[in-house]
Design a protein around this ligand. Structure first.
Ligand code: ATP
Ligand code: MG
Length: 311
């Protein structure tokens, strides 16, 4: 963001200056006296090097899970919904049912099949993390002006998302469980002094999610009413526990082959096919009962203890 420098933030350095008018290439530095004269003469790029525009990338804070178990047609459905222009989708379901895992896998598949798509991930469990996520997006796309303390990062990112010249993008808002975390304050230095106080500067996250024919927004939430603040009712996909086949397959992946089939089926059923309970149970069994005792009897015994832990 080009701006005339009127104040001299500390710690800014002055790059090479040639000529006696025009824009300073490189980044600004120097002492107050020098800047004082520079201010009159130069239009300065605020505190930022000119950066090479980056190529689209997928930046999500989780590795792809090699033990991911496909859940029937769910990912196809998600892909289809996210492929329509300006799409929004929310995966809603109980904690541990596998919403984030589906979102992660969808991100990686999107990056594989469409490397020209930007993939962004924002933890939306509270307002501070949302802001952190928007800052990470600004860094990922090397948004000009993002380091300016006066810049409102939400506005900056939102206009980037709105600009169709920036190409395709997928934005995940993960764990948007609580409506309070969707109420944001402008992220610039003026928020305290704003007329009407902080409350007047509060804006809903939805207002920073511009519709763009190139963009898809995917929300994960435990709370339907919160999801409805970001998407329309038909955009909600309710995620249920796994099917019995998927649950058994997950247990087998976690416990290894050669496990008693009846024991696996019993454990999956006892844990009501909930992925989080299944992976925790498998970890517990592996820790407590080495390979030789993953027989039906041993699994039954552990299952009884686990049921009291999980339900
Ligand atoms: N399809 C899957 N394949 C393999 N493991 C899975 C799958 N789905 C979920 N899991 C496992 O279950 C755990 C819980 O899943 P996940 O974190 O996606 O649940 P969630 O619905 O997002 O829960 P929360 O509401 O607490 O965020 C994951 O850490 C992962 O280990
Ligand atoms: Mg989650």
């Amino acid at each position: 963001m080009a701006s005339n420098v009127t104040a001299i933030p500390m710690g800014i350095e002055l790059g090479p200056i040639s000529g006696n008018s025009g824009t300073v290439a490189g980044y600004i530095s120097g002492n107050a006296q020098l800047i004082g004269s520079v201010t009159e003469t130069y239009n300065i790029q605020y505190n930022e090097r000119l950066e090479t525009p980056p190529s689209p990338s997928c930046d999500i804070p989780f590795c792809r899970d090699p033990d991911f178990v496909d859940r029937g047609t769910l990912l196809d459905e998600i892909h289809e919904k996210c492929s329509t222009p300006a799409s929004r989708i929310a995966l809603v379901g109980f904690g541990g049912v596998g919403k984030s895992q589906l979102a992660i896998e969808h991100c990686y598949r999107t990056a594989d099949r469409s490397p020209e798509t930007w993939v962004f991930w924002v933890h939306a469990s509270n307002a501070a993390r949302v802001e952190q996520g928007y800052r990470a997006i600004a860094d990922q796309v090397k948004l000009a002006g993002r380091k300016d303390p006066q810049a409102d990062i939400f506005e900056l990112v939102s206009s980037w998302l709105r600009n169709e010249k920036n190409g395709k993008w997928l934005l995940v808002l993960d764990n948007a469980d609580d409506a309070v975390s969707l109420s944001l304050q402008a992220s610039n230095g003026h928020k305290i002094q704003a007329s009407g106080g902080d409350r007047a500067r509060q804006r809903h996250l939805a207002s920073y999610l511009p519709p763009s024919k190139n963009g898809a927004v995917m929300v994960t939430s435990r709370t339907r009413s919160t999801a409805l603040e970001l998407v329309e009712d038909p955009d909600i996909l309710t995620i249920e526990p796994m099917g019995i086949i998927g649950a058994q397959s997950l247990l087998r992946k976690k416990l290894g082959e050669g496990i008693d089939n009846d024991g696996i089926a019993e454990l999956a059923t006892a844990l009501e096919f909930m992925p989080l309970a299944l992976v925790q149970a498998a970890a517990y069994i592996r820790q407590r009962a080495p390979r030789c005792s993953t027989t039906r009897e041993a699994v039954f015994e552990e299952t009884t203890k686990l049921r009291t832990l999980f339900f």
